[in-house]
Design a binder for this molecule. Structure first.
Ligand SMILES: Cc1ncc(COP(=O)(O)O)c(C=O)c1O
Length: 402
């Protein structure tokens, strides 16, 4: 049977995070490993009402096949939001509803990547993007991101040496690191890409979850013809809906629609109508404000606990939004070894390794702050701090005994 599988599927690793989440099913473990929005904020009653209303009022048509582009009213809602929030005029024809933004990544891979094509990915980068693109067997070129954005010297090097087709970015509150690109960095990246044939993918599932600072300029404004935007309702409404979208100019959209039709004909149209009804009858911005108020407090609590319980030479990002922060242990420490030690103290996180395309171990790790309440965050960070100190002393003793 082994020989029956395609090279494509054989080469792509299983999602490491899903493997880790299996360990964290034990309820006594405090988990900062998941990448989930907080279930307490899912608008259960409002979605239930929207669903009942759609069934009661919209008749048999809602159960029929629908068009591949997606429900027009929902696409108009998305266009209007871009206009209001970012002063971006997006024609509704440039918007394709996808089954989560994850499907947008797959469609882009299908549409653009031949085997061996060059693709720039952030380092560390979103694991789901690495997995989605890996299916098309490109050559990955990781370019480092840190506070403030992408390393433009390294980016220039790749742009000069190769002809990358795609540059994948998560410019706001990046998964996994929580960093955001500054306006200056966005401008510099856009200037470098402007004269190339490279297309920027700006994947933005977290942009609305800002709890401090100000909104930054979109690549869509800086490079309208060379940018594809991805958005999602997963973090603002609920991920189970599997509703996201993709914004692309006409020549690209034509091809993406072919890829979409081949993949699933169209995104679940019943769910699109239910979500649209929910959006008409409820104030999405008020709902998001509730979420970010809580996430902001949880992030502050995590940062305060890190300051108190982690050794001083551990570094960490301090995001202005989103769901994650990124920790860098002193050089030479292994976050895989820390994971083993931390599980014994009943606290979990995601080691940094799967967020790199080419590493077996790293001294970095991702912490999620959206899913735990504040007392749990303090207790978990205390346990993690103790695990770091324990591992550090063990390494020192091992070194002395060598
Ligand atoms: C950066 C990034 N892109 C895309 C996704 C997928 O989101 P969706 O639920 O819209 O498919 C995620 C999910 O965590 C993500 O972090």
């Amino acid at each position: 049977m082994e020989n029956a599988f395609s090279d494509r599927i054989t080469d792509v690793p299983k999602s490491f995070i899903r493997e880790i989440l299996k360990v964290t099913i034990d309820p006594s473990i405090i988990s900062f490993a998941g990448g989930l929005p907080n279930r307490l904020f899912f608008p259960v009653k409002a979605l239930q009402k929207a669903s009942n209303d759609v069934f009661a009022e919209e008749g048999n048509d809602i159960l029929q096949y629908a068009n591949s582009e997606g429900y027009l009213a929902l696409r108009q809602f998305i266009a209007e939001r871009y206009r209001k929030q970012e002063d971006l005029e997006i024609p509704v024809e440039d918007i394709l509803i996808t089954s989560g933004s994850q499907q947008g990544l797959d469609l882009l891979g299908k549409t653009f990547l031949n085997e061996g094509d060059d693709l720039i990915i952030e380092e560390p980068g979103y694991l789901g993007a690495i997995q989605a693109f890996a299916m098309y067997r490109p050559r990955f070129h990781p370019v480092q991101v840190s506070e403030g954005g992408m390393d433009t010297v390294a980016l220039g090097g790749v742009l000069n040496e190769r002809q990358p087709k795609l540059l994948y970015t998560v410019t706001n509150f990046q998964n996994p690191s929580g960093i955001s690109y500054s306006d200056g960095n966005r401008g510099a990246v856009a200037d470098m890409v402007r004269d190339s044939s490279c297309l920027i993918i700006q994947d933005d599932p977290y942009g609305d979850l800002r709890f401090s600072g100000t909104r930054k300029i979109s690549f869509k404004r800086l490079l309208p013809k060379n940018t594809v935007l991805l958005g999602s309702f997963s973090k603002t409404v609920a991920p189970a809906l599997r509703l996201g979208w993709l914004v692309a100019p006409p020549p690209i959209m034509d091809k993406l629609i072919i890829a979409k039709q081949a993949a699933d004909l169209h995104t679940n149209s019943l769910v699109q109508r239910i979500l649209y009804r929910y959006l008409c009858d409820n104030d999405l911005d008020a709902h998001i404000a509730t979420i970010i108020h809580q996430y902001g407090k949880q992030k502050e609590t995590m940062i305060a606990a890190i300051k108190e319980y982690f050794p001083a030479d551990v570094q960490y990002t301090n995001p202005e939004g989103g769901m994650f922060l990124w920790v860098t242990l002193p050089a030479g420490m292994s976050s895989m070894a820390l994971f083993e030690a931390a599980i014994k103290k009943k606290v979990a996180f995601v080691p940094g390794t799967p967020f790199y395309v080419d590493r077996k171990d790293s001294n970095t790790l991702r912490l999620n702050f959206s899913c735990s309440d504040e007392p749990t965050i303090v207790e978990g960070i205390k346990r993690l701090g103790n695990s770091i100190k324990g591992l550090f002393y063990k390494q020192e003793i091992d070194r002395c005994l060598q």
